[in-house]
Write a protein of this length. Structure first.
Length: 319
């Protein structure tokens, strides 16, 4: 388990190192703006056009001002993020009156999801049948159909090579769309399991939350997590810890800081039947993670015989 966490931290550190230092990026932007201004000034000397004179002064000035603004904005947000991280880790964030009020309002409007079907497989498959996946499938079939028509009924200027490329591209897009729309990850998961009856019973009585391509079902015996490419089932007795993690993702436009996005995850660490340590995480929103953390904590006390002795804690990652 420690090796996996060390590898994750190593990957985060590498990502940080690849990112350009804000101060270095500011200097590069200022130098680039001054060079552009110098080139425009040279053009003014050649053409004696006053429009270029205004441009060689205004354009670099605007770029430099925006770069300085973005630099100090990033510094302010870094300072604020440091404070948020400390509050997240020590738990004071979730004890504040402001957060409790926001959470209470959220819970008034949102509850755990109902399992829409009587069968686990149908409910999981339904969650993969999204408009986006159907759109990919339809687009791929459209490209294939259009390419086939140009081959069967060629028009002047059409090329068989382009038509063949259209079929190949359309086939790839259609395959991608059909892979998810027909829930192939669910089918693979069901074929690999021999305890479907126990999984079914646990899933039907479980607490369900989802966000986009991710979802988690905390049942009496199993935690079932589905992600875009795979479905996982973890026996509650094998769980070692449940961790809430916050990830700060900085956004850049043209190498200049433009804002932040905070992502929240639940990371379930467990021992496999073979005895090796493993971990699976599911992305939820801030309030959903709190709802599920509360359920995990409750399960420890209400059903200790089936859950084993695992810990529920918080960690913070900044990317």
């Amino acid at each position: 388990m420690k090796n996996k966490l060390s590898e994750k931290l190593s990957e985060i550190e590498k990502a940080k190192n690849k990112r350009t230092d804000p101060k270095k990026q500011l200097i590069i932007t200022i130098i680039s703006a001054l060079c552009i201004g110098a080139l425009m000034s040279a053009w003014y000397i050649i053409t004696d056009d006053k429009l270029y004179l205004a441009g060689c002064v205004l354009a670099p000035a605007v770029v430099i001002c925006y770069a300085v603004y973005a630099y100090f904005k990033e510094k302010r947000q870094d300072k604020k993020a440091g404070k948020d991280s400390r509050e997240f880790i020590d738990g004071s964030k979730y004890g504040s009156r402001e957060w409790k009020t926001s959470y209470s309002r959220y819970r008034e409007k949102h509850s755990f999801e109902d399992v829409s079907s009587r069968r686990m497989d149908n409910d999981l498959k339904r969650r993969y049948r999204t408009r986006g996946n159907f759109g990919l499938l339809a687009l791929g079939l459209f490209l294939i159909g259009g390419a086939v028509i140009t081959i069967v009924f060629p028009v002047e200027g059409s090329s068989p090579v382009i038509s063949v490329c259209g079929i190949i591209i359309g086939g790839a897009v259609a395959y991608l769309g059909s892979y998810y729309f027909f829930a192939v990850p669910v089918r693979k998961f069901l074929k690999s399991r021999e305890d479907l009856r126990e999984l079914e019973g646990s899933y039907q009585k479980g607490r369900m939350l989802s966000l986009g391509d991710n979802g988690i079902n905390l049942g009496g015996r199993y935690v079932i997590i589905y992600k875009k490419d795979k479905v996982y089932a973890v026996d509650n007795s094998r769980i070692q810890s449940v961790t809430r993690k916050m990830e700060r993702v900085k956004k850049y436009e043209d190498s200049l800081y433009s804002g932040d996005e905070y992502r929240y995850y639940l990371c379930v660490e467990y021992n496999t039947p073979e005895g090796t340590a493993s971990c699976v995480n599911v992305r939820l929103d801030e309030f959903q993670t709190e709802m599920m953390m509360t359920e995990f904590s409750r399960k420890i006390y209400t059903d200790p015989g089936k859950t084993g002795n695992f810990s529920v804690r918080t960690e913070d990652d900044i990317v």
